[in-house]
Ligand binder design. Structure first.
Ligand code: GLP
Length: 241
């Protein structure tokens, strides 16, 4: 694993954007696995800036997102589809037809999970997967469990995730209780993984994740088994390792 220890959120964002843009330049039709949350916002902003300068071309890029809340329509301001449109897709020359996010309004969970797995398979897997990290060790919405969930699945969010994510909703009651998420198989089969962490509040889980035992109670710890992981963390988030 490669670790970049950077000063702060801004440096983390620039470094992550550097790696993503290198991927796009090396393989213009690459498949990017993308994440939501506060962590990647600065990274997307930096990519948009470089696109506006003429340094990046997204016209052939394909993207597949990690997850989506169940029960939110695409245009709901809290949906991850909306997040991606606002923060990246609407601001660059990507073809929206080449961007995939699970359908939060699907009626049949099993069918939606099978459909999304089929999309990832048809894309030929992921070249570079960007990840953030939940305080309880989740990646995507792979919550702590007694087994690693390998396939795309519909998951009941834990109370701690509902509380953590309630900051973006009017109240905790409004946070959806379920989500669709990519499983560990698609994440672990990505050729490269880039995980970004920022802030003191992530320091403890970063330590467990990368220096502790590999176990499904700490889902992110599975990354220790991947051969090409880059961790970019600011000083606060890496303060315990
Ligand atoms: C959400 C997302 C994750 C994300 C995590 C951390 O629950 N499903 O993909 O990594 O939160 O979010 P943040 O970056 O805001 O700390």
């Amino acid at each position: 694993m490669r670790i970049y220890r950077v000063k702060d959120y801004k440096d983390m964002s620039r470094k992550a954007a550097n790696i993503i843009s290198a991927q796009i330049i090396l393989k213009p039709d690459c498949v990017l696995g993308l994440a939501t949350g506060s962590t990647p916002i600065g990274t997307y902003r930096q990519l948009v800036e470089w696109y506006n300068k003429g340094d990046l071309d997204f016209s052939e890029v394909r993207t597949v997102n990690l997850d989506e809340y169940k029960g939110l329509t695409e245009d709901n301001s809290q949906s991850y589809r909306n997040f991606m449109n606002q923060n990246l897709f609407n601001q660059v020359n990507i073809d929206k037809k080449n961007t995939y996010v699970p359908n939060g309004m699907a009626e049949d969970d099993a069918a939606e999970c099978a459909r999304y797995s089929g999309i990832i398979r048809a894309l030929g897997g992921i070249d570079l997967q960007l990840l953030g990290l939940g305080h309880n060790g989740h990646i995507g919405f792979n919550e702590p469990n007694d087994v690693f969930d390998m396939e795309v699945h519909c998951v009941a969010l834990t109370q701690s995730t509902i509380e953590a994510n309630s900051r973006l909703f009017a109240s905790a009651d409004e946070v959806p209780r379920y989500a669709y998420t990519m499983g560990m198989k698609a994440i672990m089969q990505a050729k490269k993984i880039l995980i970004a962490v920022s802030g003191e509040d992530k320091a403890e889980i970063v330590k467990k994740a990368f220096t502790g035992e590999v176990k499904p109670e700490v889902p992110v710890s599975i990354l220790q088994m991947h051969r090409d992981v880059t961790l970019i963390g600011d000083e606060a988030a890496l303060s315990q390792i």
